[in-house]
Design a protein around this ligand. Structure first.
Ligand code: IMP
Ligand code: MG
Length: 222
């Protein structure tokens, strides 16, 4: 368009916050046939977005302070590497990294721990390669959920072998359950009860990652 008037769409009014825990309301983002599979929403999209924003601010502050303590120049933020654990962290990663206003890079790691239709981790296995250039870098491992601790325990120990300058862990969800491996996350979005959750990147047998909220999967009695 040349020399015309730019039409600006008025902002939509803020969506009223629904109760954080409740039955699944008929909202955009849920194909009708998926409704019955979700018992209830645990964390809705508005709460997720607000918390991811807070996490981003906190992480950015800590990274800037850390680089400042080292006396590094502003360009030193090039040494910040996010290591997202694929596939579950993709949506969290996409939102969180846009809250980090600094120069950084990504090094993906793929881990599988729930073969087929399983609700309990069967042990973590690295699929493919781990980023190999992490010596001297400030690494932030990002995952969707900390459960038994096997996944993050494995990823963290392999990264530590490379002698990064620092290595922190950020998870969106910390499940209150017994850990098989002792791992503590430095940044936690939400602490949740011991239930199997899906949505916002989290799956069951490969499905439900595209749900915009986080819900508890309905488990049929055997
Ligand atoms: P951990 O190795 O048992 O700590 O489990 C971590 C991985 O298992 C996460 O990266 C998730 O991909 C997956 N996971 C654990 N709990 C859940 C859940 O409730 N829903 C979906 N995926 C889960
Ligand atoms: Mg995972």
């Amino acid at each position: 368009m040349v020399g015309g008037t730019v039409q600006v769409t008025p902002p939509t009014p803020p969506h009223p916050l629904p109760p954080s825990v409740g039955p699944l309301p008929p909202r955009a983002g849920y194909p009708a046939h998926m409704h019955g599979d979700i018992e209830r929403i645990l964390i809705d999209r508005e709460r997720i977005a607000a918390r991811v924003h807070e996490l981003g601010e906190q992480i950015a502050r800590d990274l800037v302070a850390e680089l400042g303590r080292e006396g590094s120049s502003p360009e030193a933020s090039q040494r910040i590497v996010l290591v997202p654990v694929m596939v579950g962290s993709i949506i969290f990663l996409a939102d969180l990294m846009r809250e980090l206003p600094m120069k950084l890079s990504l090094g993906l790691v793929a881990v599988s721990s729930y073969p087929g239709q399983c609700l309990k981790s069967k042990g973590a296995t690295i699929r493919g390669e781990l980023p190999s250039d992490l010596a001297g870098k400030h690494v932030l491992i990002i995952d969707d959920i900390l459960d038994s601790g096997r996944t993050l325990g494995l990823v963290r120990s392999l990264i530590m072998e490379q002698k990064p300058a620092s290595c922190r862990i950020c998870v969106l969800l910390d499940k209150q359950t017994e850990r098989a491996v002792n791992v503590r996350a430095d940044y936690v979005g939400f602490t949740i009860p011991d239930a199997f959750v899906v949505g916002y990147g989290l799956d069951y047998a490969g499905h439900y990652r595209n749900l915009a909220d986080i819900g508890v999967l309905r488990v049929e009695d055997a």
